[in-house]
Design a protein around this ligand. Sequence first.
Ligand code: GCU
Length: 418
Amino acid sequence: MNRPLRRIAPLLALLFMAASPGEFPDASRLPSRPELPDPLVRLDGQRVTTAEGWTKSRRGELKSLFEHYMYGKAPHPGSLWSIERTDPNSLGGKATTKEVAIGVGPDGGLKIHLLLVVPNRRTGPAPVFLGTNFYGNHTATKDPAVRLSTAWMPDKAPGCKDNRATEAARGLDADVWDIETSIDKGYAIATFYCGDVAPDHPGLADGVFPLFGKPGPNDWGAVAAWAWGLSRAVDYLVSDSDIDRTKIAIVGHSRLGKAAILAGAFDERVALVIPHQAGCGGTAPSRGTVGESAKQINDRFPHWFCGEFKTFNTQTDHLPFDQNGLIALCAPRPVLLTNAIGDQWANPSGQFQALLAADPVYRLLGVEGLGVKEMPATGVLVDTRLGYHIRPGKHSMGREDWQVFRAFADTHFGRPTP
Ligand code: GCU
């Protein structure tokens, strides 16, 4: 146990003897912990020292803490799907494209429209990258047959005069998704519009929220809903015989990277996670002093996290966890954090610190965690199970990022790198 934690352990023990089972104290009753909390230290101050202790008790406790204080609790799943269109001859015959409607909610009434593109040249089921997109599936591909999204869209989008629910937006984000190159390299790509699940605006009156009743202060916000949507897509993917169910990688950019790491942390069917420039509320410490703060994110995007998270705005040191704990929940599965020098808002160096502070959980589980102690040079991929990469440039996702995503997946999925 590190020194500050050893000091507060008795205090924590007292506090939680007083809390009734299933209840967590409010922020003002949690002790200040200026350092990143060790994910192996339980709420009662005891440190877990065996893999079994982590898997059987601490992991569940940490998940509940993240739900209660930050992301909110998502309802129990239930999804039904139908394949609405199959084109075995897309990308000039290189791929099969499927459009799948995944019905979610109590009566399956809300549809997540999943676009799945699978390589035709392969010797078995394909590994897959799954991710949510910002502006509809039709923006991720130039394929004219892909359904135009009819869900709510934000009015302003880069490169677009109006919102993107139009034919004019078809293929505008083709470089963001780089589908054809992944197909050439043997990977399938699956994506859906985040707004199918939770439109990205405050109010929580649309999408999946009304189906489950008005969210309370500890119920899900949009990030948790997007992560939940990713898990519903996984429900489908594990049932599709074209997909290798042991090789489902989740990727997401920025706010959707926050959803990616949450989905990976909570859903063990996810084999590998790549939160790209996920920053505050994702892979950067809430206690961080570089880039976006918890207060800034909560003020500007009040619908992303649960109500309770706002109570930590000016006292993040009272959070009983930090984002290193969310990364640790993915252990022993590979996680790659990718960043850009010009995106200090996402706190790239703080994210590296989060990896270092997640590493003890990987070691406890008997696997290599982060293979380096210092941030790598620009452009150098650390491809150990906890991986890191930083490139020049800005806040964006594109073809050069996909080269890194695929190189990391090649390593951990045991695929030859061409
Ligand atoms: C804003 C926000 C970030 C978020 C980003 C994005 O910059 O402050 O937290 O990651 O939008 O989603 O692009």
